[in-house]
Design a binder for this molecule. Structure first.
Ligand code: GRF
Length: 206
């Protein structure tokens, strides 16, 4: 049983999709806590309904960046966390936390990285940029997290066609359907030790 922490800033539909599979026992994990930079995002309601502890932790609560990073590490260690899942988390993970949880933090992005990623590419902005660029294919990327926004080794990508009459909203909906299937699959595989990051190379033994 891997001990998981989920970091999320908003709606929490990816967390809900993962939690569903944890409850069913198809993901061998225990969700220890949900953490957010927001005071009370919708994802906290989902977590609290299922008696999962929630924590509001924001850089602004700390005068010192090092204290903030250490607080996060101490909190995660107090739960024995082994894997951190970013699910719509909008803040950068501090470098000391990345170092402590190297190859044990994953993120999902609603486009095919390295395109349409990085600071400022979140929510509908991603899909707006995809549509206005004129590309015909977008998709979903799940990747390990490093010190930079939307970088780090790619674990898996899946394509989604951009249709001629797509709006950012219709495209977001189809991409999200893929996210809800793909992210639990990746989390399951990591918990089963099927995905390894060896010297910067991701190997998924399916
Ligand atoms: C998803 O589109 C995810 O790819 C991105 O943020 C969104 C979060 O949605 N990182 P939700 O909060 O999981 O519903």
């Amino acid at each position: 049983m891997k001990k998981i922490a989920v970091f999320a800033s908003g709606r929490g539909s990816n967390f809900a999709a993962i939690w569903e599979q944890v409850k069913l026992g198809s993901i061998q994990a225990q969700v220890m806590c949900v953490l957010s930079d927001q005071v009370h995002p919708p994802v906290f309601d989902i977590a609290q309904t299922h008696q999962i502890p929630t924590h509001w932790v924001n850089r602004k609560q700390f005068s010192d960046a090092a204290d903030y990073a250490q607080f996060l590490i101490d909190l995660l260690e107090s739960y024995g966390v082994e894997l951190i899942i970013l699910a719509g988390y909008l803040k950068l993970i501090p470098a000391p936390v990345v170092a402590r949880f190297r190859n044990a933090i994953v993120n999902i992005h609603p486009a095919l990285l390295p395109n349409f990623g990085g600071k400022g590419y979140y929510g509908l902005k991603v899909h707006e940029a995809v549509i206005s660029s004129g590309v015909k294919i977008t998709g979903v990327t799940v990747h390990f997290v490093d010190e930079h926004y939307d970088q780090g080794q790619v674990i898996v990508q899946e394509q989604v066609a951009v249709l001629a009459n797509d709006t950012p909203e219709t495209l977001a909906r189809r991409v999200l359907e893929v996210e809800h299937r793909l992210y639990p699959e990746v989390v399951r595989a990591i918990c089963n030790e099927e995905i390894l990051n060896k010297n910067g190379k991701v190997i998924w033994q399916r």
